[in-house]
Unconditional design. Structure first.
Length: 214
């Protein structure tokens, strides 16, 4: 019985059916299923499939956004139960687009994929100055900061931010992951970032690797 409803939850999430997903999550809780199991096997399981399909170009940005919105709707129902059960997020990640860059679709996708993988995500927004990245990482005790740039002209701000973390003495406590259309692995290496994600789906794998989580 529990397997069937978890499968239905995954299915509803993958199809982006938010109202149905909320109803199924509530029903699963009413049936006595543990909140963590609903999250891991039902919702994160579904988002993992979407992430893998996105990597293989079998689904595109709109499908990922719809699935992520459904995930958020399901989380509204599940959050209290997870909190009551003492279930904590894997880690906290702060994500933002660097100074001078106002693009946010890629950043938003990364936020959604990380949330879908069980992370607590703090979206710092766009046009984020180095000081703001550092302040957010300190305030939220983030283990990882994700920085995005879509313009070649703002890639320099990424280097400035990475340098800023080193100067602030946070390089050992906070890992930095970079990404965005013009960003490459060699650029990430050059500026001293800890990790590089070529797309939103890969960001979860990179984050897991950097934080030693799965």
């Amino acid at each position: 019985m529990s397997e069937a409803i978890l499968e239905q939850i995954s299915e509803a999430l993958m199809k982006g059916r938010a109202p149905q997903l909320k109803e199924l999550v509530q029903r699963a809780l009413d049936q006595g299923l543990e909140a963590e199991r609903i999250l891991q096997e039902g919702m994160i399981g579904g988002m993992s499939v979407i992430g893998a399909k996105f990597k293989r170009n079998e689904v595109y940005v709109p499908e990922v956004l719809i699935a992520a919105r459904a995930m958020n709707a399901g989380m509204e129902i599940l959050k209290q139960a997870l909190s009551d059960a003492g279930v904590k997020a894997k880690a906290t990640v702060c994500v933002g687009t660097v100074k001078g860059d106002l693009h946010d679709i890629g950043k938003n996708l990364v936020c959604m994929m990380l949330e879908g993988a069980g992370y607590e995500v703090v979206d710092i927004g766009v046009n984020v100055e180095t000081e703001k990245f550092i302040a957010a990482a300190r305030e939220h005790q983030a283990g990882l900061v994700g920085m995005s740039a879509l313009l070649t002209t703002t890639m320099g701000a990424m280097k400035a931010a990475v340098d800023g973390f080193k100067e602030a003495g946070l390089a050992d406590q906070v890992k930095i992951m970079v990404g965005g259309a013009p960003v490459t692995q060699s650029f990430a290496d050059e500026i001293g970032a800890d990790g590089y994600a070529p797309d939103a789906a890969s960001a979860v794998d990179v984050a897991n690797g950097l934080l030693g989580l799965s």
